[in-house]
Design a protein around this ligand. Structure first.
Ligand code: GLV
Ligand code: GLV
Length: 318
């Protein structure tokens, strides 16, 4: 059987795949396999090892007449046409669990960086603008005991809530369903989105990307937030209306934003949001800790092998 791996992966990750299958692997790590090549290679492939940057859409699936398993090295799978794959009997694997803590760490790091203007502070030094200590120079927002509002309390949201408890934060969350365990463990309070937006000092977006969450943070939502509020997004760029966010940040409607995701990605230095000093931006690195990425790659590999052997995937998208 043939598998296509759309990014270069180290030998210790691919070893088992190479032993079991005919492997076509793109040689670059930080650049996607060109679309035309992927569309060509997929024609006789049984398995696909993919990631958030490939569009596994109708066009691709239409060509993939032999494809049995799609394995993405990610928890999110909004880049995959799940419905179409299912119609074609293709199973899909993803990598939840192993990236929860690393992504929660990065989310909290962004929260602290945006709230306390950490990157801006370094920029000031680099640009030789540090002239003296100033009473209100680079003053940001306190974090300890402030109120965090988490939109989307899945595994990662829970991880962020646990970190917030360490900072004695008052924890609000909004989610499709209530989580009584979390309410007890962390003294977290479930609330409607409106209450979360109007009262939180830190609004953290961790909802998956679906039709329901598309641009769920827009003009009306940012307008409800406190002027001192900080917005964090480590979910998907598509969950945010970026023009509305730009306006809210530029006009001082909210204090700052910490963003790890954009729509589309990648963004470049000419992106409007990067012209704002109150934006801390990262290149979609939520899960990018070495051990985590290795665990994700291994899990994605296991999903692929299981699927092609007709066994249950470790984590199947259903
Ligand atoms: C990354 O964004 C992922 O979904 O794993
Ligand atoms: C993803 O792991 C989530 O449920 O937050």
């Amino acid at each position: 059987m043939k598998i296509v791996i759309t990014r270069y992966l180290p030998d210790d990750v691919t070893k088992e795949l190479v032993e079991n299958f005919d492997v076509v692997m793109w040689e670059k790590e930080n650049e996607p396999m060109p679309r035309e090549q992927l569309l060509e290679e997929i024609k006789d492939a049984d398995g696909l090892f993919t990631n958030v940057a490939d569009q596994v859409d109708y066009e691709l699936l239409e060509k993939a007449s032999k494809l049995k398993v799609i394995s993405t090295m990610a928890v999110g799978y909004d880049n995959i046409d799940v419905e179409e794959a299912k119609i074609r009997g293709i199973v899909i694997g993803h990598t939840p669990g192993v990236l929860t803590e690393a992504t929660a760490d990065l989310t909290f790091a962004l929260l602290m960086a945006a709230g306390r203007r950490i990157v801006e502070g370094m920029d000031v030094i680099r640009e030789n603008e540090w002239n003296s200590w100033g009473p209100f120079f680079l003053t940001g927002q306190e974090i300890y005991k402030k109120r965090i509002g988490i939109i989307g309390l899945g595994r990662i949201g829970l991880g962020v809530a646990r970190r917030a408890k360490g900072f004695s934060m008052d924890i609000l969350y909004h989610n499709r369903s209530r989580n009584k365990e979390v309410e007890e463990e962390l003294n977290a309070t479930y609330c409607e989105l409106d209450e979360l937006l109007t009262t939180a000092d830190y609004v953290v977006l961790l909802a998956p990307s679906t039709n329901d969450t598309y641009k769920m943070m827009g003009t009306a939502e940012f307008a409800k937030m406190k002027k001192s509020a900080v917005f964090i997004n480590t979910s998907r760029g598509t969950n945010v209306d970026e023009d509305a966010l730009y306006h809210a940040l530029e006009s001082g409607e909210i204090f700052a934003a910490g963003l790890d995701v954009f729509d589309p990605e990648p963004i470049h230095s000419d992106h409007p949001l990067l012209k704002l000093r109150n934006v801390t931006a990262l290149p979609h690195i939520g899960s990018a800790a070495i051990e985590t990425r290795l665990a994700m790659a291994r899990l994605a590999s296991e999903n692929l092998i299981n699927g092609l052997k007709g066994q249950p995937l470790v984590h199947e998208v259903r």
